[in-house]
Design a binder for this molecule. Structure first.
Ligand SMILES: Cc1ncc(C[n+]2csc(CCOP(=O)(O)OP(=O)(O)O)c2C)c(N)n1
Length: 319
């Protein structure tokens, strides 16, 4: 499977946008302009953009807390992200969602605070689309740490039993909060656990290669769409960023971080684009400038948006 030149550039632009969005978030936090903390996905952009690329707008995606990658990938636009981060009325949740972004117009279900609580909900949307015969696929994206949450298991079981159109997409970035994978997880890999439930699985050894991520995911999404049931795909990658913006670090060996910086998925994709003469370094620098301008405009939009009124707290309540 090879991308067309147009697809390569579109995916590269999305990866850049994710990186620039998160860098800007870090700057705004440092300057005190925003107080919404972030869990950046630096180094994981190939997974976030590669897994969302085979999805259609109407497919459901249950996202993670790790940055804005899959939100951008699924089609949420920067101004809607910033308006929510800034707590303004123009946010899609009118500023009440904050970090817990959602955009149901593009199939982005809400980011849950209690990790793993959405496995069963994702089985629910998959069951719903199967019963309604809509052809929609559900994808639930989660980290290696979250795969140890209890709901993972009954959800895999029911997804297999009912042959639901769902893809379990696990980014194994080797850390769960401040603990290394080996300190928290009994098995070498996550994906083979699927076999216990009769769910096909795959490991993408190089999760920093967007083409490898895309190819494995597209196969799983197609299977689901053909009505052939669930798949679990695990992507091996690395979190170059700290766990969250208040994390003092120190538990990831410096040499390990440096090694992974050399495998930066954006740098690698950029090199491939230039090598294949899809674009020149100058073209890509122009694209970078456009992306920075897009981020700046979106931030400005949020900064200039109105604050909610105190009485708005009583609006949109279920009870
Ligand atoms: C049920 C639950 N337990 C603990 C937390 C706190 N917490 C937030 S992020 C995180 C790490 C999750 O690790 P992983 O799933 O591997 O994703 P990563 O952060 O590495 O992207 C934890 C434990 C939480 N949000 N919910």
């Amino acid at each position: 499977m090879a991308f067309s030149a147009e697809e390569m550039l579109a995916l590269y632009r999305k990866m850049l946008l994710v990186r620039r969005m998160e860098e800007k978030h870090g700057e705004l936090l440092a300057s005190g302009d925003i107080w919404m903390m972030g869990h950046f996905g630096t180094g994981q952009e190939a997974v976030a953009i590669g897994i969302t690329a085979p999805l259609k707008k109407e497919d459901y995606l249950f996202p993670t807390h790790r940055g804005v990658g899959e939100f951008i990938g699924k089609g949420m636009v920067p101004k809607d992200i910033w308006a929510e981060y800034y707590g303004r009325t123009t946010g899609l949740a009118k500023g009440k969602g904050g970090l817990h972004l959602s955009d149901v117009r593009v199939g982005l279900m809400g980011l849950v605070g209690s990790l793993g609580a959405d496995f069963a909900v994702a089985v629910g949307t998959a069951l719903s689309s199967k019963m309604r015969g809509t052809g929609q696929v559900t994808m639930i994206y989660f980290g290696d740490g979250t795969s140890n949450q209890a709901d993972f298991h009954p959800s895999m079981n029911l997804a297999a039993l009912w042959q639901l159109p769902i893809v379990f997409a696990c980014a194994n970035n080797q850390y769960s909060e401040l603990a290394h994978y080996r300190e928290t997880t009994s098995t070498e890999h996550i994906a083979p656990r699927a076999a216990g439930y009769g769910v096909p699985w795959k490991i993408v050894e190089d999760g920093n290669d967007i083409q490898a991520v895309y190819a494995a995911t597209a196969e799983a999404v197609d299977r689901a769409r053909r009505g052939e049931g669930p798949t679990l795909v695990e992507y091996k990658t690395y979190r170059i960023a700290a766990h969250f913006t208040g994390d003092p670090g120190g538990y990831q060996p410096k040499e390990e971080i440096e090694e992974w910086k050399k495998k930066d998925p954006i740098d690698r994709f950029r090199a491939r684009i230039i090598e294949q003469k899809v674009a020149t370094a100058d073209d890509l620098e122009n694209m970078n400038r456009e992306v920075i301008a897009e981020v700046e405009d979106a931030v400005k939009y949020a900064q200039e948006s109105p604050w909610p009124a105190p009485e708005d707290i009583y609006q949109d309540l279920y009870a």
